[in-house]
Design a binder for this molecule. Structure first.
Ligand SMILES: [Zn+2]
Length: 71
């Protein structure tokens, strides 16, 4: 199980399990929050690069697809 741990005070920390529902990325096009499945992202050809990767939101993905598939 992977989780994130953050100290919130000198005496308290929170630990949260990472799963496909609680990981998000800011869309690099519109700044909107989008859910990210790290498991799926780790199977891309480029592999998983948490610091160098960005994930488009659904709407920006559609716009990019339309832009790249015009006649
Ligand atoms: Zn977007």
């Amino acid at each position: 199980m992977f989780y994130v741990k953050e100290k919130v005070s000198d005496t308290m920390a929170v630990s949260i399990e990472i799963n496909y529902l609680n990981v998000f990325c800011k869309c690099p096009e519109c700044g909107g929050e989008t859910n990210v499945d790290l498991e799926a992202l780790s199977h891309t050809d480029e592999g998983l690069d948490l610091f160098g990767s960005a994930v488009l939101c659904e709407e920006c993905s559609r716009k990019l697809y339309r832009r790249n598939h015009r006649d």
